[in-house]
Design a protein around this ligand. Structure first.
Ligand code: PRP
Ligand code: URA
Length: 208
């Protein structure tokens, strides 16, 4: 188990744009994708590589490349797709799965409505993408779904996480690696992260 808060000047710079209520949907999407690019650059450092020989136009070159099978990125719909888009920009070879989950606004409990995963996902490292780790309910339900599909090498990538969500996720699934751009202290009564950035899905897709 591990929790890593990325702590990077460029990530922090763009997280401020996400947090600001004055950032419009268009600029929110741009900054969210940039943060995801930067997170991918850091997180994918841990991917296994193998030595390969490349023929340049002049001579042979001994290099390394990411070892197959390439990872699978799984988006918790809706908002997770912005992270997937950002990660695909830095590593387009990944496959992509989708798990549709929304939080019931009254109970805050997760409801899943769609699962579409690559057939061979159980052979791959899975990066589960969800911008907000709040109560942890959505992430935990998604990990349950992945376990039902025989996936156990799971890293969760979030833009913002709070202690409640981190602790609950690790209590239920201690082997999960959690990466977050930043961590905030608390949740309000409606389950929103404070100071936070508001409703990620609404801010990405302009549905507020
Ligand atoms: C948001 C967010 C996470 C979830 C986090 O999704 O994108 O998936 O809430 O909260 P939790 O940790 O308390 O479960 P939401 O339910 O708003 O759905 P959406 O992405 O379709 O907007
Ligand atoms: N989901 C969001 O989009 N924002 C929060 O602060 C908590 C859950």
């Amino acid at each position: 188990m591990s929790v890593k808060i990325l702590n990077h000047p460029l990530i922090d710079h763009h997280m401020n744009k996400l947090r600001s209520k004055d950032t419009n949907n268009f600029d929110f999407r741009i900054s969210a994708k940039i943060v995801s690019n930067l997170m991918g650059y850091e997180i994918f450092k841990s991917l296994s590589t193998e030595n390969v020989q490349i023929n340049t136009p002049l001579e042979k070159f001994k290099g390394r490349e990411v070892k197959k099978p390439f990872p699978c990125l799984v988006s918790i719909l809706r908002a997770g797709s912005i992270i997937v888009d950002g990660l695909l920009e830095v590593f387009p070879n990944c496959s992509v799965g989708h798990i549709g989950i929304y939080r019931d606004h009254k109970t805050l409990l997760p409801k899943d409505y769609l699962t579409k995963l690559p057939n061979n996902i159980h052979k791959k490292k899975v990066f589960l993408c969800d911008p907000m780790l709040a109560t942890g309910g959505s992430a935990i339900r998604a990990i349950e779904v992945l376990n039902e599909n025989n996936c156990y090498d799971i890293s969760l990538i979030c833009l913002l996480a709070c202690d409640e969500g981190i602790n609950l996720t690790l209590k239920k699934y201690p082997k999960t690696n959690i990466f977050a751009a930043q961590k905030d202290p608390v949740l309000n009564k409606k389950g929103y992260i404070l100071p936070g950035l508001g409703d990620a899905g609404d801010r990405i897709y302009g549905t507020e």
